[in-house]
Design a protein around this ligand. Structure first.
Ligand code: FES
Ligand code: FES
Length: 151
């Protein structure tokens, strides 16, 4: 089947119900998207599909044919994604980093839909798990990106 990933068209040979995560990682070698729980619980596998954050570990590849998939490998080609990554670096959000590609995808999706989210909206959107406990740093980074530097 034919997929549109990071503005390129790629051909993949996979069963229709194969999770998108495994197509990305195993078939296409795009290992920036991580496997955590495999149960739609942690968000490590988050990618954007038509601008919305999606958990690729439970998304059958057949369901994203013809849709616009963006992974962490290309997130900096998006203007908002580029700002998110720059702020993540500036505020040194990551610890081990394992969950962070998913966190960046979630933050980018939030800010593309709502450039100035309230604290409650940030809390509601940034629900990916982080075993290192970077939640305060993540919140601070999204807060900064929402233009609330002094709040
Ligand atoms: S690996 Fe997909 S949500 Fe945890
Ligand atoms: S930075 Fe280590 S799991 Fe989140």
């Amino acid at each position: 089947m034919e997929l549109r990933i990071n503005q390129k068209t790629v051909q993949v040979d996979a069963d229709a119900d194969t999770p998108l995560l495994w197509v990305l990682r195993d078939d296409l070698g795009m290992t920036g998207t991580k496997y955590g729980c495999g149960l739609a619980q942690c968000g490590a596998c988050s990618v954007l599909v038509d601008g919305n954050v999606v958990r690729s570990c439970v998304t059958p590849v057949a369901g994203v044919v013809g849709r616009d998939i963006t992974t962490i490998e290309a997130i900096e080609s998006d203007e908002v994604g580029k700002r998110v990554v720059a702020t993540w670096v500036e505020l040194q959000v990551a610890q081990c980093g394992y969950c962070q590609s998913g966190q960046v995808m979630a933050a980018t999706a939030l800010l593309k839909h709502n450039p100035a989210p309230s604290d409650a909206q940030i809390e509601a959107a940034m629900v990916n798990l982080c075993r290192c406990g970077t939640y305060n740093a993540i919140h601070a980074a999204v807060h900064e990106l929402a233009g609330k530097r002094d709040a």
